[in-house]
Design a protein around this ligand. Sequence first.
Ligand code: HEM
Length: 185
Amino acid sequence: MLETDRYALVQRLLHWLIAFLVLGALGVGMTLGFLGFEGTQATFGKMMTNALYTGHKTFGVLILALMLLRLGIRSILGAPPYRSPLSGFERVASRAVHSLLYVALLLMPVLGWLATAAGGYPVQFFAWNLPGLISKDQALSEVLFSLHGMVGWVIVGLLVLHIGGAMQHWLIKRDGVMQRMSLFR
Ligand code: HEM
């Protein structure tokens, strides 16, 4: 168990790195989903379209790897105790949102990976192609991509609640909750 009232530096670095990658993956993913492959090519050109798809997949795979690392580290270090105790509602709500974010951020890259592989497309990670893990199946790919889209909106909803809660602690209650995860004092 941690003895200070802040997460360990490695946990705080992972939090903000994953936050950056998730916002990037959501922004690019929604652009690709909204415009589709042809629409993206017509808007951004061929080279940029390839970069957007490769970048999106690379960010997604990185999120999966970093989330697994984060869970492993949390199982060893735990979480620091709250300086001023949370109300019953805050405890239940934050636990629910945090747990759902963990589940969604692990599920989302797995869905993207399998949807891509089932569609017969490469699972790119920087300049490498990772194993697809399942064989080509167009109907399955469509189902998985539509789940990928739905979980994307669930993540957006969870982020609104998560960021709203953090802002409330930081700017209104000023109870030190934000400092638990911030990089600077
Ligand atoms: C946490 C990680 C990820 C997030 C937050 C995310 C988010 C999204 C979102 C919101 C969309 C738009 C869906 C739609 O509106 O239909 C999308 C599309 C897409 N995602 Fe992901 N994604 C993640 C991981 C991955 C991974 C790991 C891969 C593959 C290796 C992947 C492959 C794709 C592809 C190919 C599309 C475009 C689908 C199309 O052209 O319609 N994603 N992603």
